[in-house]
Ligand binder design. Structure first.
Ligand code: A3P
Length: 309
């Protein structure tokens, strides 16, 4: 199989999945949409126990690239950025499927074994659940963070626009599940706390959604440098233009299929102010204070600036 065919079939497989999963979701009850593995809930149309077990023997490579996010913190944005950057350098994009480590069938482990380097991965897994090989090989890992209030609002809309996830009749109902860690991938605060403990690891770099919005060019350069991708000013500019919110939203049907626009909703900072009540805001403040205040990750989130009511 040629490199172009390999990459093309990866994109085709991805688009097929983007059709298959919502169709499967239609035949499931709200409860059936969620599966639990090692105390964390996952969307059952895209995750399975068998895949989690198969991933235990997954072998990472030193030149793999890994993006880690809690859901709705900019995963697809940064996947898009790295696709463009790798395309600039290699003339081909890394295979699009299966890019999210924990999604897909157990056979993916074999497919990934045969995929050419560099392989790009993203995951929402908690630190303790990452296939051990990523840690042993010290794979370069980019942690994308976002303030917990905008993350909540983004997650709420996504649950109601993506049939794969349980939907909510009201923001208040969603908020209760979010603050209590009863959404897929569990608590934002647990996820951030555990990854935050590794922010000083030599192979991990954290940047925030908000910083990317405020100084995109500078953060693109930071991402390229971190992964050792040597891009000219012109190539960085091309990447920047192709991964603006507008550009990604306009292309979303090509990249993500019919449901594509659900992944590119507003792309703004501060949308939480449209939904949060003062009491809900205070509840998140208390959780932040309890779990993340005073940590390196907490400082990086610039909480006061982005989350003050
Ligand atoms: P909103 O729902 O607030 O708009 P994920 O990919 O992890 O699911 O994250 C989705 C969030 O990232 C959505 O937030 C989406 O709009 C935002 N996003 C995606 N691409 C973006 C871009 N190029 N620029 C800014 N935000 C982007």
């Amino acid at each position: 199989m040629s490199a172009t065919e390999e990459s093309k079939s990866g994109q085709e497989r991805f688009l097929e999945e983007m059709k298959r999963a919502p169709a499967e979701a239609k035949s499931k009850t709200r409860e059936e949409l969620v599966m639990i593995y090692k105390d964390i809930s996952y969307p059952s149309c895209v995750c399975s126990e068998k895949t989690f077990q198969a991933l235990e023997s997954f072998e990472a490579r030193e030149d793999d690239l890994l993006i880690v996010t809690y859901p709705k913190c900019g995963t697809n944005w940064v996947i898009g950025i790295l696709h463009e950057m790798l395309f600039c350098i290699n003339g081909k994009k890394p295979t699009k499927d299966p890019v999210i480590i924990e999604f897909g069938k157990p056979e993916k482990v074999q497919i990934l074994k045969e995929a050419s380097s560099p392989r790009l991965f993203a995951t929402h897994l908690h630190y303790k659940d990452i296939p051990k090989s990523f840690l042993e090989k010290k794979v370069k890992t980019l942690l994308i963070l976002r303030n917990p209030k905008d993350t909540a609002v983004s997650y709420f809309h996504f649950c109601n626009n993506n049939p794969v996830l349980p939907s909510y009749d009201s923001w208040d109902l969603f908020f209760d599940d979010y603050i209590n860690g009863k959404v897929c991938y569990g608590s934002f605060f647990d996820h951030n706390l555990a990854w935050g403990e590794h922010m000083n690891d030599e192979n991990i770099m954290a940047i925030t959604f908000e910083d990317m919005k405020l100084d995109y060019a500078m953060n693109l350069k930071k991402i390229a440098d971190f992964f050792g991708l040597s891009l000219s000013e012109e190539q960085l500019k091309v990447t920047e233009n192709k991964t603006t919110f507008k550009s990604m939203k306009d292309n979303s049907e090509d990249t993500h299929g019919k449901q594509g626009s659900a992944f590119f909703r507003k792309g703004e900072i501060g949308d939480w102010k449209n939904l949060f009540t003062e009491a809900q805001s205070k509840e998140v403040d208390a959780k932040f204070e309890q779990h993340l205040a005073g940590t390196k990750l907490g400082e990086k989130l610039n909480y006061k600036k982005y989350c003050e009511y």
